[in-house]
Design a protein around this ligand. Structure first.
Ligand SMILES: [Zn+2]
Length: 227
């Protein structure tokens, strides 16, 4: 099963991808990590990506897709994968589809994590990180015992620039502008599944699993019909 996770920052894609990859034995491919690894390992495509990064340019879609292709032909992707963080634009989706087609594959499902702006702001702007050990906190959901101090090491907690309110609002705006066409594209292809992401982590996981199980049931029903 080949899946893409789409959704604004703070929608909880990463957490859900980890759980789903365990439950369904799929590889979790985070495009950000993948790019970093390719650059660190100095693969040919990694070196190409590095040249753009050095010049302060975005890595072209074609190179990112080449790096994804190198990753998904590996053995641990035989059962499928969850692609998280890519594509983010319509043109990236088209390049991805072409690459999969060349491999004789296609995407089975695209999950869109729908969440209100207010919830994203609440989730992201409440995050705090320990400057010493990197532990994660949230002023509402995972507060430290003492305000601004890490429970584990006593280090100072800080807020990432990315998580400041103005930055969060800007990230949400950019995200929606970039992905509107992308979402319509997958909707037209009939593979978009919208997941309501306001509720707790467990019930979101349950909903995702339900969608996947229903899809495989109807797929085997279709197969029976053909036989
Ligand atoms: Zn700490």
């Amino acid at each position: 099963m080949r899946i893409v996770f789409l959704g604004p920052p703070g929608a909880g894609k990463g957490t859900q991808a980890e759980t789903l990859s365990r439950e369904k034995k799929l590889s979790h491919i985070s495009s950000g990590n993948l790019l970093r690894e390719a650059v660190e390992n100095g693969t040919e495509t990694g070196r190409k990506a590095q040249q753009h990064i050095n010049k302060g340019q975005l890595v072209p879609d074609k190179i990112v897709v080449d790096i994804i292709r190198e990753r998904i032909v590996k053995n641990d992707c035989k059962n499928g994968f969850i692609l998280d963080g890519f594509p983010r634009t319509l043109s990236q989706a088209i390049v991805l589809d072409e690459m999969l087609k060349n491999l004789g594959n296609k995407l089975d499902m695209v999950f869109y994590f729908a969440i209100s702006k207010e919830s994203i702001v609440l989730r992201l702007s409440g995050r705090r990180i320990c400057a010493t050990c990197g532990a994660n906190y949230h002023i509402k959901y995972v507060p430290s015992l003492e305000d601004g101090i890490c429970d584990k090491c006593g280090g100072k907690l800080y807020q990432r620039t990315d998580d400041k309110l103005e930055t969060v609002l800007e990230r949400i705006k950019v995200y929606h502008e970039q992905t509107e066409d992308l979402i319509n594209y997958y909707k037209k292809n009939g593979i978009l599944k919208e997941i309501e992401s306001e509720s707790n982590v467990e019930s979101i996981t349950e909903n995702i699993l339900k969608v996947i199980d229903n899809a495989s049931k109807s797929a085997s029903f279709v197969n029976l019909g053909v036989v």
